[in-house]
Design a protein around this ligand. Sequence first.
Ligand SMILES: [Zn+2]
Length: 179
Amino acid sequence: MTIREILIHPDDRLRTIAQPVTFPLSDATRQIITDMADTMYDAPGVGLAAPQIGVSLQIAVTDTLWRSDEVRHDPDRPGGTRDLKVWLNPEFLWHSDGQETWEEGCLSVPETYGDVTRPAAVRLRWHDVEGKPHEHDFEGFDAVALQHEFDHLNGKLFIDYLSPLKRNMITKKMKKLFK
Ligand SMILES: [Zn+2]
C-alpha cells in the first residue's frame, strides 16, 4: 500500500490543467490509480484527484459511501461497504439550471469548510479503466462530489467560489499551518 503526499494549497501544481489519459492504461497509470485510492481512504476523504498528488492526469477516485461516519469509523472496514469509483477523462455534458448549496471541504485545504453553490444535477461522460466510455446523470451529494473533484482537473479549488476576503484568509491560514 502506497500513501502519496497530498499537496496543500497554495501549491502551483494544484493549479495546472490535467492531461487526458490514453488507453490502454500503462502499468504506471494503473499504479497511480491504486495509490490514489489508498491515499484517499487513508486520509480519509470521499474523493481525490490526481493533481492533488502532483500528477497532471485526468484521473479522480471517489467513494461517497465513505462519507458516512458509520462506515468511516468502522475499524474493520469491511470491503463490502466500500464503493470505490474511478473516473478517467470525465466531462460534463449537461448541468441543471437548478442549484444547491453544500458545505464543502478538501484534502488540499485541510480543516477548512465553506458553502459552495453548484448545479444540483449533472450529466457526465467518462471512461473506466478498460477505456470503455460511460454516461450517467448524478444529483445530490454525488453531483457535488464529482463537480468538486473534476474542478481539480482544471486547476480549480472550492475556495475559488468563496469571497476574495474569505479565500485570502484561508490562504494565509494554510501558509501559517502547513509551510
Ligand atoms: Zn478537493
